[in-house]
Design a protein around this ligand. Sequence first.
Ligand SMILES: [Zn+2]
Length: 157
Amino acid sequence: MSTTSAPPRQPVGRLFGRALVLTCPWCGSRRTFLRGWFRKYDRCRTCGISWHREEGFELGTITFNTIITFASIAIAMGVGFGVWGTDVPVLRFVLILGAVAVVMPLLIYPLTYTLWLAFDLSVHPPERSELDEAMAAVAAGLAELPPQLGQRRNRSA
Ligand SMILES: [Zn+2]
């Protein structure tokens, strides 16, 4: 069993389940780091966990976004060929696939952040020090700052 100083761990299924409904993967709160559809706070406003836990975090979100978008295009192609068979109306088909390619990345944008954070937390659980820092940031009101400002304030604190 873990000692009292060991940081709590979350089951992987719970992390991803929370991420899928756009809540904080770590604490499950709806008051998470998402700020509207395209903007983000520095941290979850409830537990204080930061979404950019390391440099290059966005590469993971972009990868998730690309994989989901390409899968959606493949599914749309499968449905199109299923519906039209070999008699595909090419222009309409290309326009539909183009619409999927443009709309899907926008539609899943916040989801890719919560999903990638869930993945990151499952392979790299936070240390006690990270959780303590997160709660201190919430207490200090740093969680509701845009990322760049929040990081700057954190470093100077
Ligand atoms: Zn949280």
